[in-house]
Design a protein around this ligand. Structure first.
Ligand code: TXA
Ligand code: MG
Length: 311
């Protein structure tokens, strides 16, 4: 049985108590719902992999309540200080060298010497992290390879019965996962996301290194058919074929429009929810309008390309 907890003081206290007990609680962040477990507790972390059906080599993001809490886990740097000052709390994850004594399960790190840390902005996430008082490991709260959840119902659709509770804080405003910035060497974009590459480059005063797809890096993009709906996905659809579920962008006739006005922020917030809905319609193909490759459009296209990848 998966309990649905309201995101009020009682629900948050209950969720924190479950985490202390080594249980799994899905909670809302500004990006997507995370499947949280006590990052220091190997069994809780193992249960996350188990519930998601996720391959064990994929390391997890550790969520913290403050930059100071992050500094207890990783070796901080000037670059980390700069981007954290500019974008935390918010949809930015930093990969840094793990401290030897960091109280984080090895399974969560997938055996790597680095750790991904993030301070989320959503008030419910922050209240939960404060109430729990330690780092929380949380991948997106979906079965491995499926679409990321942006509301509590998406979580129960995929993980109902497999996790202890969902803290229901409504819809996630950003709608795509955090940007992952590697800071173990030259600043490297490991995954595009809620903070744009341009904004990071402006903050750091230098270009980011792009992770090349041929490199063996443990970022989510490795798995080609990530974020996959059941339906086949057809990208850059200039017009629609008979029987397709039509996911539009801009001034087009369609079933669901990511943003009629062409607003990338609105489109990102709608992306996963609309893929879920069109997938649920039973159509064999979801056709998607072209999305301009600018700003958040880079992250949106990244997710769409994965959804459309051969599998
Ligand atoms: O917005 C988000 O980031 C959401 C919410 C819940 O915070 N979380 C999320 O987690 O997207 P997840 O587990 O679905 O994606 C995290 C990705 C993993 O696929 C992993 O490859 C990468 O972060 N990652 C984690 N630790 C890493 C590390 N040490 N080095 C490189 N990549 C890492
Ligand atoms: Mg995910």
């Amino acid at each position: 049985m998966t309990q649905i907890l309201q995101a009020d003081a009682d629900g948050i206290a209950r969720a924190a108590a479950l985490l202390r007990d080594g249980r799994l609680v899905a909670f809302p962040t500004e990006t997507v719902y995370g499947l949280g477990g006590d990052a220091a507790n190997e069994r809780a972390v193992a249960a996350i992999f188990e519930a998601k059906g996720r391959p064990n080599f994929n390391p997890l993001i550790v969520h913290v309540a403050s930059p100071e809490a992050a500094q207890a886990l990783v070796t901080w740097s000037d670059a980390a200080e700069r981007v954290a000052a500019a974008f935390w709390p918010g949809p930015l994850t930093l990969v840094l060298p793990a401290r030897a004594d960091a109280p984080v399960s090895h399974l969560a790190r997938a055996g790597l010497g680095t750790l991904a840390v993030r301070m989320p902005a959503a008030p419910v996430a922050r209240a939960l992290l404060d109430a729990f008082g330690g780092p929380v490991a949380a991948p997106s709260a979906n079965r491995s390879g499926q679409i990321s959840p942006t509301c509590a119902a998406h979580v129960t659709d995929g993980l109902g019965g497999r996790i202890d509770a969902v803290l229901d804080g409504g819809a996630c405003p950003v709608g795509v996962e955090s940007t992952i910035l590697g800071l173990t060497g030259l600043p490297t974009l490991l995954r595009p996301g809620g903070i744009t590459e341009e904004a990071l480059e402006a903050c750091l005063g230098r270009r980011l290194v792009e992770r090349r797809d041929t490199e063996a890096v443990s970022a989510p993009g490795q798995l080609h058919s990530h974020y996959a709906p059941r339906a086949r996905v057809r990208l850059n659809a200039a017009d629609w074929d008979e029987g397709e579920a039509r996911l539009g962008f801009g001034a087009v006739e369609c079933d669901l429009n990511l943003s009629e006005s062409g607003d990338m922020t609105e489109a990102a917030a709608n992306l996963f929810a609309f893929l879920h809905r069109l997938d649920g319609s039973g159509a064999e193909v979801i056709a998607v309008s072209p999305i301009p490759h600018v700003g958040l459009g880079v992250a949106i296209n990244d997710r769409l390309n994965r959804a459309a990848a051969e599998r």
